[in-house]
Ligand binder design. Structure first.
Ligand code: FAQ
Length: 319
């Protein structure tokens, strides 16, 4: 029997220097590369939160599939909600390359120990909300995710490229739905305005707390996980939304929203950050309902997972 010589001691500082050099060159870190534990756990936190958001995000719009006003609207909404499921799956797969299983992540979601985006804890009260979610929520998601296509972790960036293509289409369908309603009756126009009034501030909250109160931004920017700060992206989103609101003919519910020539962007009001923290901590209007629904779906799907596992095992035995 050949006895292998003991492996040389690992010099962590050399590994760290290699990691830092990759980040400095703006190259990608891949799953088999060495990475600091905090880089890995930050990515697991962010990607898991993102994946959970896509999956929980199916619920507010999903509840309107059976009530869509035409076959065309129903088919479009069904396809959109299915796309969100696909996004969740790409993201869970990206997370699995960091050594955590989808099962573990799902258990943390249903136990309420991992977060998902605050926006999905608000109810969808009218059909106009389907359009507003497409326009504003997918719009905010695109603003946040286009820079993530250049994130430093390879599997996350590659997942984002495909997600962004699909989200752009979702945003267009939301805008088209709203613009159709705005060309309709007074009641339809009022429905759109009421929906925009409810979703505007929660959409601004999607970008996270102000930079001064964001514990993760500085380190995540240094590691190239995030490419822009929360406030930079919020500003971009406001500047992008103002002309779109004008084209639709809706008013954004912020009396402080004005063009500021000297900064080349809009000044705007701040969302209610106390409300944001309450929602993130579980006290939003729909937190309990969203998590309970997901938990029930997970439990009811146990037999599918068991059957798939038994089938995979039987195939291994055959081969
Ligand atoms: N909601 O230090 P930061 C979508 C947490 S996808 C809940 O600034 P970070 C598609 C944060 O995790 C929407 N929690 O954190 C769709 C942190 O928690 P910790 C999801 C929030 O990570 C459309 C703490 O607060 N998109 O909509 C939120 O540097 C339509 C401190 O915050 C993503 O996840 C929030 N809004 O920056 C689906 C994008 N904001 O550490 C269906 C990827 C912050 O205390 C229908 N994620 N927190 O446990 C990111 O870009 C970042 O994670 C941020 C937060 C920008 C969200």
């Amino acid at each position: 029997m050949t006895v292998l010589p003991p492996a040389p001691p690992v010099d962590e500082s050399e590994l760290l220097a290699g990691f830092d050099a990759t980040i400095a060159r703006n190259d990608r870190i891949e799953p088999r590369d060495w990475m600091p534990e905090r880089y890995r756990s930050t990515l697991v936190r962010q990607i898991a939160q993102h994946a959970h958001s896509e999956i929980i995000g199916m619920q507010p719009e999903g509840s309107w599939i059976a009530r869509a006003p035409s076959l065309r609207r129903k088919a479009t909404l069904l396809a959109k909600v299915q796309d969100e499921a696909g996004h969740g799956l790409y993201l869970y797969s990206a997370c699995e390359t960091l050594g955590v299983s989808r099962q573990e992540l799902t258990e943390k979601l249903v136990a309420g120990t991992q977060k998902y985006s605050s926006i999905f804890n608000y109810p969808t009260l009218s059909y106009a909300d389907v359009g507003t979610i497409g326009w504003l929520v997918d719009g905010a998601a695109i603003c946040n995710q286009v820079p993530l296509c250049r994130t430093s972790f390879g599997p996350y960036g590659r997942a984002m490229i495909r997600v962004c293509k699909e989200e752009s289409f979702h945003q267009r369908q939301g805008f088209e739905l709203l613009s159709t309603m705005m060309r309709g009756t007074d009641a339809q126009r009022a429905m759109v305005q009421e929906s925009v009034d409810r979703f505007w501030w929660p959409a601004l909250m999607m970008f996270g707390p102000p930079d001064a109160d964001s514990p993760n931004t500085e380190q995540s920017m240094a590691w190239g996980i995030k490419r822009d700060t929360n406030d930079e992206l919020r500003q971009k989103f406001v500047d992008m939304s103002v002309p779109q609101a004008a084209a639709l003919g809706v008013t954004l519910p912020d009396p402080g929203l004005v063009w500021n020539e000297s900064k080349g962007g809009h000044d705007f009001g701040q969302p209610d950050w106390d409300e944001f923290y309450a929602v993130v901590k579980g006290s939003g209007p729909c937190n309990a309902q969203r998590t309970a629904h997901r938990r029930r779906a997970h439990e009811e799907g146990a037999w599918v997972r068991d059957a798939a596992t038994a089938f995979a095992r039987s195939q291994q035995e055959v081969s």
